[in-house]
Ligand binder design. Structure first.
Ligand code: ADP
Ligand code: MG
Length: 247
């Protein structure tokens, strides 16, 4: 499979803290890749570096073979690389549908899109994707009135509105009840299989990531500790130690 994302030797410092210390990671087109590691091991920071939120202090990142480490968030999103956040980023006072509309690839965050001729197509796609995540009946409800789990589903649907080729998901199941978790895993798999979106997923729940990912990278203290298939990771004593040591 073709490589879609390559991070090579990425280093990111926050003052004296080295959050990413020479991290290398490869994602292949069409796969679901996993990123795990104890709290504070640098997972979200790596997403910030890849997505253009943070300038990196060293290393290189390429998407579809092109260097992106000097690009800002906007051009990176438009090239098809989109992330979601550990904390949900929905607009509470807007309805689910309005949140979807402003997330469309054309809108780029502006409500002016609603005046454009494309509005009808955008609304149709928004409706389809709300149905895809099971939120069709909530389309006219304010996002702030949705449960946390529903907001996570909405955020996932919003990310799909920007038509990503590669979607980075930061702890998509955190804080969601077990019933919704299963529904969300199912949708992530369908987004991968039916919509053809490559996924890189940060996940704290071992059961979830083992079920979802075909390859997993484990970070500890800002470095790659291990990488391999779920079976290899499950049997890796260093990974177990890193998690137990972090409790
Ligand atoms: P993870 O997502 O694996 O829990 P993070 O990437 O959030 O880890 O954090 C890695 C390290 O970088 C931690 O020590 C954290 O405190 C630090 N860090 C993360 N973001 C910032 C920031 N914006 N400013 C300063 N320090 C940060
Ligand atoms: Mg994090």
């Amino acid at each position: 499979m073709r490589v879609i994302l390559k991070a090579h030797n990425v280093t990111k410092r926050f003052g004296g803290v080295i959050a990413n210390d020479g991290v290398s990671l490869t994602v292949r087109e069409g796969e679901i890749a996993g990123l795990i590691g104890p709290n504070g091991s640098g997972k979200s920071t790596l997403f910030g570096c890849i997505a253009g939120a943070y300038p990196i202090d060293g290393g290189e990142i390429s998407f579809e073979g092109k260097p992106i480490s000097k690009l800002r968030v906007g051009p990176i999103v438009r090239s098809g690389l989109v992330r979601t956040y550990q904390q949900t980023h929905v607009y509470d006072e807007m309805t689910a549908l309005e949140n979807m509309q402003i997330s469309s690839r054309d809108a780029q965050g502006s409500v002016l899109t609603l005046l454009k001729p494309r509005a009808r197509a955008i609304n149709a796609r928004a409706g389809e994707l709300l149905a895809f995540v099971g939120l069709h009946e909530k389309r006219d409800h304010k996002a702030g009135s949705l449960s946390f789990g529903q907001q996570k589903l909405l955020e996932f649907a919003m990310a799909l509105m920007s038509e990503p080729k590669l979607l980075l998901l930061d702890e998509p199941t955190a804080g969601i009840n077990p019933t919704l978790i299963n529904g969300l895993i199912d949708r992530l798999k369908r987004a991968n299989e039916e919509l053809g979106i490559t996924l890189l997923v940060i996940e704290h729940n071992m059961r979830v990531i083992m079920n979802l990912a075909s390859r997993i990278t484990c970070l500890a203290h800002g470095r790659v500790l291990a990488e391999g298939t779920p079976d290899e990771i499950r049997g890796d004593a260093r990974v177990l130690d890193a998690y137990l040591g972090a409790q």
